[in-house]
Design a protein around this ligand. Structure first.
Ligand SMILES: O=C(O)CCC(=O)C(=O)O
Ligand SMILES: [Fe+2]
Length: 363
């Protein structure tokens, strides 16, 4: 589950081992990790460099001219309506903080297993969102499991944080998670504001994803090397279920691919950029103008890969439906209206049956 990690209504199965333990002596991946799809979609390497880069500083700085802003906003709209993804630069988060975040996360995953397990998820079904150290969320015996270990944390609402799952080893890890979360929150606010403006909507139109009680969910993904990367997924093909996602990619190791026009496109590493993508609920609210695009992660034989996804989800009680101004005679309403929480449930139920939630939200 991605961006809507509800576990309350679903029984969760616990795996005996972390993927990191399976990866140690280079054995073949166990059957539960083996891909069963045909995977006949080609990988297109020439388009990678076309993934748009948007300068958030141009959008938000008082010193940019209105022409510069309008140009950047057009680029943003085009990026999100054709790719669903962009690389954000000029985001104002110091490179040193991003580097430190990656270093600390790697230090955490390098700790001895007994130490990491102090922060294990309690799979007791009592919490709405997974929190703690664990695996892919496993809900059935025949589910394909991702080749990754994870640390899940709920960042917002503040009163639902469970600090017992926030590692304080390595030293300063908690503090930096907090700092990074506050800074990416500001990035999310800017991005959502200019996304709305670029569509001619009121600038707060997507604001429900960053307001006080809106869930923000963080996930560290750690992909151990795999002896047979052709047989497994680091993350199986999926689209995110919230409003938007902000991703910090590994500085050195690629792995993310996005589906565009029938090809998998490798996402390149742009040093110190943040990768932003549209998730399903914004696709619904934009009546399909902005696209929540399917993506996946492929592992490799040699190097572990790290990523940090921050999922911004609209507040539970908000109605999610296409903006009235984006429904026209030539572009009729594409999606039903439902509460964000209901969409979360639909997303979860659909994903666990191998379907996309958004396809079950169409009128
Ligand atoms: O690791 C990545 O690059 C992407 C991870 C992802 O898609 C997710 O966590 O939803
Ligand atoms: Fe994702």
């Amino acid at each position: 589950m991605d961006g809507n990690q509800q576990s309350s209504t679903q029984e969760v199965l616990v795996l005996e081992k972390q993927v990191q333990e399976l990866s140690i002596n280079g054995d073949e991946p166990p059957p539960r990790f083996i891909r069963r799809d045909k995977d006949d979609v080609p990988i297109n390497t020439s388009l990678s460099s076309s993934i748009p880069i948007i300068d958030l500083h141009v959008l938000s700085s008082p010193s940019s001219s209105s022409e510069e802003k309008d140009n950047e906003m057009e680029k943003l709209k085009l990026a999100l309506s054709t790719w669903g993804f962009f690389q954000a630069i000029g985001h104002n988060i110091p490179s040193s903080l991003l580097d430190e975040m990656q270093r600390k996360a790697n230090d955490f995953f390098d700790l001895p297993m007994e130490e990491k397990k102090k922060y294990s998820i309690n799979y007791d079904g009592k919490q709405d969102y997974l929190q703690g150290y664990g695996n892919d969320l496993v809900v059935s015996e025949d589910q394909l499991i991702d080749w990754s270990d994870r640390l899940y944390l709920l960042i917002k609402p503040l009163d639902q944080r469970e600090y017992k799952h926030w590692p304080d080893n390595p030293n300063g890890f908690r503090k930096i998670i907090n700092e990074y979360s506050m800074k990416t929150h500001l990035v999310a606010e800017i991005v959502l504001k200019y996304m709305a403006k670029s569509l001619g909507l009121e600038e707060n139109y997507f604001h429900s994803a960053v307001q006080e009680n809106a869930p923000t969910f963080l996930r560290f993904n750690y992909y151990p090397p795999c002896s047979r990367p052709d047989l497994v997924y680091g993350v199986k093909p999926h689209a995110d279920g919230g409003a938007i996602t902000i991703l910090l990619q590994d500085k050195e190791v690629e792995g993310l691919q996005i589906l565009k026009d029938g090809n998998w496109i490798k996402v390149p590493i742009v040093p110190h950029a943040l990768l932003v993508n549209v998730a399903d609920q914004v696709e619904i609210m934009s009546n399909g103008v902005f696209r929540s695009v399917v993506h996946r992660v492929i592992t490799n034989t040699e190097k572990p890969r790290f990523s940090l996804a921050m999922f911004y989800v609209p507040e539970k009680e908000i109605d999610i439906e296409p903006a009235k101004d984006l429904i026209t005679e030539s572009k009729p309403r594409l999606f039903k209206k439902m509460k964000s929480e209901e969409y979360g449930e639909l997303y979860f139920q659909s994903s666990s049956r191998g379907m996309r939630g958004i396809d079950n939200a169409r009128v």
